[in-house]
Design a protein around this ligand. Sequence first.
Ligand code: URA
Length: 239
Amino acid sequence: MIRLDKYLADMGEGTRQEVKKSIRQGRILVEGAPVKKPEYKIDETKQRVTIDGREICYRQFEYFMLNKPAGVVSATEDPREKTVISLIGEAKRKDLFPAGRLDKDTEGLLLITNDGALAHRLLSPRHHVDKCYYAKIQGIVTEEDVKRFAEGVNIGTKECEEWTAPGGLEILKTDEASGISEIRLTLQEGKYHQVKRMFEAAGKTVTYLRRESMGSLVLDQSLKPGQYRRLTDEELESL
Ligand code: URA
């Protein structure tokens, strides 16, 4: 059960003050009858709510798959930079956040939701959810790197070590002439700048990075950077 004013504000029908005004004006019907009290409690799973005759269905949780473009920060608010949340034009809820961070220059799969429990399950290393990245590397990635990554890498310093968990490194392509490699890296944790720091520890530089999947959720190839869509029921169930 939730308050009528919260129901409407959660669904993007205005600020709490604005929806209170609409309620007092008698524009809101619950089960066909006008309700003029903002504090009136309704069962959001059953009762039908309309504003000026238009039905407002309640969604407790929203889930969007965003293909994050470079140049946008993985934050809900930022005083200077454009945020990933500002890209979700259809969002109703004000409590959306990105489930995990991608660097400003990283592209790819980002789940935008207000479901904290799901985000925690996906991100916590204890839950061993694979995050899969595609990257272009300045430098020739070798089988030696594959072995090192499989054992875990010190991304700290000699004095102050910081070891990663094992990572699954797959070499997709190496080009001796340009000195550029293409790889896929699968990690189950998300330390700060982890992919870049793992390659730095191997004496190489990540020049392009894109996340392709998180657990069962795979970036939709039809989404261009900056585009998003709601998750399908099947995607949600498999998560
Ligand atoms: N690792 C990085 O270095 N950057 C990201 O954005 C994600 C993983």
